[in-house]
Every structure is written in structure tokens, then in C-alpha cells.
Design a protein around this ligand. Sequence first.
Ligand code: HOZ
Length: 431
Amino acid sequence: MRTDNYARQQYNRACQVMPGGVNSPVRAFQSVGGIPPFIQCAEGAYLLDSDGNRYIDYVGSWGAGILGHAAEEVVTAITAAAKKGVSFGAPTEHETEFAELLRTALPSLQCVRLMSSGSEATMTAVRLVRGYTHRPYIIKFAGGYHGHSDSLLADAGSGVAQLAGSTSSGLLNETQQYTLTAKYNDLNSVDALYHTHGDQIAAIIVEPIAGNMSCVPPLPDFLPSLRKRCDQHGSLLIFDEVMTGFRVDYGGAQTLYDITPDLTTLGKAIGGGLPLAALGGRRDIMTHLAPLGQVYQAGTLSGNPLAVAAGIASLKSLASDGFYQRLTKNTQHLVNEISHIARTENIPVHCQSVGGMFGLFFGVSEPITNYSQACATDKTLFTTFFHAMLNEGIYFAPSPLEAGFLSRAHSAKEIDATLAAVCKIFPTLRR
Ligand code: HOZ
């Protein structure tokens, strides 16, 4: 049974100096209630909190921790880099090496700009496509979350869904009016936007596997059709692979589904847990970025030596033979068994996974293909499940709209322990 006496004290103290006691909203447990664990340390697949509770972690720093916590090669690389200086604000050879590794993994990245967060990468992608095409409109999908820049917060999933009216305040109509929203997995909704806005659409930005409305894979025709629409209308296709890059395949979702986007954003797993993100794609578009072009983007910590060292070490390990086959197999095994237990216990749960990411949808038995379906799932049942599992030492994402993640460190032992907890908890969920 989880104890949270010390976490309560820490949470109250944190709330005095930080909004909601956290530095990123979903961590505050608003969607499930209760006090978040305050993490002391983490190793492999496990988190240890300040009350001494140990958890098998399926959040994995929201996907960044694909090698497991405190992965030896990453810690060694960061330590060695730190001894040589932690930030220069000037070019290093390692940045080039890292960009080359990215290009080898994702050949569509002919040219790459490194940054510190996925939000920066997507924000820059939007500015770049507008600068390149001289068109104002962007199409995104309801429930798609592309970081927190103004024009991309429209109809966003993840923590935005917790806000009153599911929208952020502080956004000017002027920044919103050029963001058009379509329905994920629904080509007709995209066509309708092209019908009304025609040749004014600069780009479609899409999570090729939606990961901020839990985990929603694309229907077979969806991504190829987006590629086609962009080509027909002279728009650019941006794959936001901040979550899926190096998560579902070494080459991301674009390799898995064999689609070549014009631009790609990366983050999370590429930095092995350090703040590292990238925007890359066609050279003729990327050269519109300053200093070559007129589209401005900059960052003091961009290409930071510690982050790049962690990134290089991570990508080398992720390239090892069979990594994604094992990760995918383990993830499939976890969700297949959860589905099996759910059927046996007569609990309505539908599970979806791609590569090392997954989603559990409570109160439904059919596949979830879009945001409105994801929002209509049984949040109360999820919340009961979430807290019961936390008490059993299993840490799933504290929201029904967040995806779950496995890492290299999740072995049969951790998966079996998780399934044993599910076997114990599901019968208690019957109403
Ligand atoms: N953007 C993450 C959810 N999809 C949350 C990041 C965090 O809280 O660290």
C-alpha cells in the first residue's frame, strides 16, 4: 500500500513557490486527483519516491526514458562531457555527429537544427513553413498536442484537455485564426478545410501516431492520404515525431509506415532524458532558417554538450540489433494480456499499442480512432484503476489521455508483476 505522508508535505511546500506545485501541468495529478509521488531516484524500470514507495514506471519521463532510468551508457557519456564543460554557446563536432546519426536513422532529415524542447521544434516548424510557402494557415488535428506555442494550442490534447473549456487563455484570436482543426483519421474533414481555404494552407502538422489522446494509431490510408493532399495543394507535411521518433522504430513512424514528410520534429527519446529536440527535413526548406534564410530561430542552450552526449550514446544503443522488435513484443505482450484479463473479468477495456507506446481505454471495447472517442471513455473507471495500480506499485500516466511507455529495462519480471497487479485489481472494478 502506497504511503504519501512525505509527498504531502513536499507537495504543500512546492505549491507555495510553484503554480500547482509542478513545472508541467499533467504531473500535478489533476485529472486523477491525489498527491503525486515526489521522486527521489530512479533506476531501470523503477522509480523510488520520497516516502519509500517503489514503482514500475510506465511513464518513463513521458517517453524520453527509452533505455530505462540512469542507463549506464547515458550516465557515462554525460559525466565525461560535463568534465569538458557544460555549455559553450558555440559549435562542437558532436552536434554534427548527432545530426548525422539522426539523418542516418531518418533519411528525410537532410538538414537538422538542434534545440532544447519539442515545443521549440514544433513552434519553429510552423514559422518555417509559413516563411517558406508564404501561406498563413496550418492544419492540425483535434487532440493532437504539439507543445505549447500559441498557434498549436488550438483543440490540443494532453493537459490542455484539463483546462476549463479545454482551451488555454492568453491566446489572441489573431494567433488562433490561422490554425484549422481537422478530425484525426478523417480525410473528409481535411478535404473540407482545403475546400474552404484552398491554396492558403502552408502545412499539415500531425502526430503520425497520436500520443496525447492516449495512443491512437493512424488508420491504414490516413497518412498516405495526408501526403497526397499536401502534394496536390502545394502544402508541406510536418510529422511531429517528438513522441514517436526512436520510440516505435529506429526510423520513427515515417519508417514504420513508409511516408516521407517534408519536415519532422523530434524530442523526448533522442536526448536519453536530457533536454534535446530537433527540427529537420528537406534541405531547400531548412535553408530558410537563419543564418542562411530569413526565418529566425535561436537558443543559448541549443546543441548543449551534455544533451548531445546523451543523445549520441542513446542513439547508438537504440541502433542495436533487435531493439525495436523486443520493445514492440514486450509492449504487445503487456497490452494483449491486459486485454485478456479484462475479457475474463468482464471489464470494458480496449488496449492499443505501436512499438513501445500504448494506451488503455476504459469503458469501451471498440478501437479508438479519434479525440472525441478518446474523450468519451470512462474516466471514473480509469481513475479507480490508476490509483489501485499505484497502490500496487505500478505507475501509469496520471491521465486517461496520456500514452504509456515501456523501456529497454522492462523485462518479463516487471511485465509479469504488472499483470499480477492487474489480475488483482480488475475484479475490484466490477460494478
Ligand atoms: N507533454 C507531456 C504529456 N504528453 C507532459 C510532460 C511533463 O509533464 O513532463
